[in-house]
Design a protein around this ligand. Sequence first.
Ligand code: PLP
Length: 472
Amino acid sequence: MAIPHMTPSEFRKRGREVIDWIADYMERIEGYPVLSTVKPGDIRAMLPEHPPTTGEEFDDVIADLDRIVMPGITHWQSPGFHAFFNANASGPAILGDLVSSGLGVQGMLWITSPACTELETHVMDWLVEMLDLPPAFLSSGAGGGVIQDSASSATLTAVIAAREAATLGTANRTGTAGGLIAYTSTQAHSSVEKGIRIAGIGIDNLRSIEVDAAFAMRPVALEKAIEKDLAAGRRPFFVCATVGSTSSTAIDPVREIGEICRRHGIWLHVDAALAGTAALLPEMRWIHDGVELADSYVFNPHKWMLTNFDCTAFFVADRTPLIGALSVLPEYLRNEASASGAVIDYRDWQIPLGRRFRALKLWFVIRHYGVGGLQAFVREHLRLTKLFASWVDADDDFELAAPAPVNLVCFRHSGGDDVNQRILEQVNQSGEIYLNHTKLDAKLTIRMSIGQTHTEERHVRKAWELIRKASA
Ligand SMILES: *Cc1c(COP(=O)(O)O)cnc(C)c1O
């Protein structure tokens, strides 16, 4: 049987159709209900039980996108999407990803596509400059940056590098001898616990440090916990501070935490997955006060920096323990460039071996928007967040449940959990917006994230009107 490859000319034609399909979607996005209304199993029920034996018409595939896939889409790119944290898409990022797909590069080693590695190193250095991060994260020194698939992977990688540093490499050979203790706050992202589990540290050895009234880690409580563990002969090795917690964007006092870590020789990892992007603005750089004391740092351009998922920026101040922990060199990966030590092989900076050419989309985004364009984008969302928070604050029926230092407003109706639950269900059923909840001080709290690519003041006003109406 002839193999039915898509010829370049057919690809050109179909490619244009697909780009048109995406552009139509962008134009119509506000017409879709933000939250998909399908029931479990609805999408699968529309799919044939068996795969096709012979290839099908591409027209039919596209038609099924509209018929089968679209009803099951929750529209993350709708300006009415205010749940979780946003996951921005943008034209230049989509096109950068498309080029990455077209090149089909697997960039595990420098030699497997020098541009994949060098462009990545370069845009990571650009990010250090753009966010005014510590110079130790630049590739020109002992540290450097790498693009990973998620903040979760980056935090796991940090735990493993910290384990390497704390055990002088013995953990790689013999496993941890036990006694290693990690610390984070009660408000840390679930990926910290996951990383601790996967790295074999054991969650009994992860301490959840209490927080203050603004949900930020209490450094005094951290130091007490460390001293208690030391007194018991255990080995504190890893602290994760959060800049912009997922529940409420609380900002841990990184400087005080970092000084404690320095005193005790403990690895400090800073998780700024969402909030890091805010440091594009000089007036927001206070969120990073003390980050120069960190051994590793992560933020997600795929949340609020217009770069399609997946794109996580992970930095270390010293790459030696990272590479020591993750480099395994079988014969088939040996090559002259790697042996010379003159190149970076990013396979040694991450969990998997293989890697996509993700730097392209980030490069497209930074060049298309410019630093000034990205700053204007973030600044507008911060303005809208303050505006929304002021409406909540001025309303007798509602209260702010936490400070809103970045682009998330946590609030609740004074009527209690049931009322807030009803408000959430009603506004989400409207199809116009999508919000989710958290619990703060054991009370149901509504989260309003303002960070979608096309969210403007009119969308935020509309959301508040819907919330007010649902509370009546
Ligand atoms: C979103 C988030 C994460 C997880 O990000 P992924 O890239 O999805 O793994 C981790 N930490 C914080 C603070 C987050 O907001």
